[in-house]
Design a protein. Structure first.
Length: 173
C-alpha cells in the first residue's frame, strides 16, 4: 500500500465545495499525467503545499485562494519519483508511443508526454501516478537542461484513493 500526502490549490469557493462533496476529475486530453485529480507532493527538497499555493495564486490567479490537504492511499501506483522499475517501464512505453507517433506520419515536434500517459490510462489500471515535473517554463527558444522549479505531481485516477481532505490554508482578499 502506497501512502501520500497531496496538496490541491484552488479557489476558496471551489475548496468549500470539494471538501463538502468531491473533486472534479480533470478530463482534458492533454493533461500532464492523464485524466485524474491533481495534487502536488512533497519530499525533502519539494514542498507540495507551497507549490499548490503558487498554483492557485500565480497560475490560476484566484483572488481568494485555498489549499486542500489530502491523504492518498492506493495499491496500484506508477511511481516515477522513487521506483526504478517503474521508471524503466515508462522508458519502454515512451519509446513505443514515440515510435508509433512517427510511424503514423506525425512530426516529432508534436509528440508530448501526455500522449504516453493517455496510453497508460488506456492500457493499465493504475490508481495513482506520481512524477517529477518542471514547474517553470523556459522563456527562451533553446532546450535548457537546468530544472529551475522541480515539482512532484500526483494524479489520482480512482477517487476512492482520497481518504481525507480538508482546507489547510486560505488567503487573498
Amino acid at each position: 500500500m502506497y501512502n501520500y500526502t497531496g496538496y490541491h490549490g484552488t479557489s476558496q469557493a471551489k475548496a468549500d465545495k470539494i471538501v463538502e462533496n468531491r473533486f472534479v476529475i480533470s478530463t482534458k486530453p492533454n493533461e500532464w499525467l492523464g485524466t485524474g485529480i491533481y495534487f502536488f507532493g512533497s519530499d525533502g527538497e519539494i514542498d507540495g503545499q507551497v507549490e499548490a499555493r503558487c498554483w492557485a495564486r500565480h497560475v490560476k490567479q484566484y483572488s481568494r485562494w485555498a489549499v486542500i490537504k489530502a491523504t492518498l492511499r492506493a495499491e496500484k501506483v506508477l511511481d516515477l519519483v522513487c521506483n526504478v522499475a517503474h521508471k524503466k517501464l515508462y522508458d519502454i512505453l515512451q519509446r513505443k508511443c514515440y515510435e508509433a507517433h512517427i510511424r503514423s506520419g506525425k512530426d516529432a515536434a508534436t509528440f508530448s508526454d501526455y500522449m504516453i500517459f493517455n496510453d497508460i490510462d488506456e492500457n493499465y489500471d493504475f490508481e495513482i501516478i506520481c512524477a517529477h515535473t518542471e514547474g517553470s517554463k523556459n522563456k527562451f527558444t533553446y532546450n535548457s537542461y537546468v530544472v529551475r522549479r522541480l515539482q512532484i505531481q500526483i494524479c489520482v485516477k480512482n477517487e476512492m484513493c482520497i481518504r481525507e481532505k480538508f482546507v489547510c490554508e486560505k488567503g487573498g482578499t
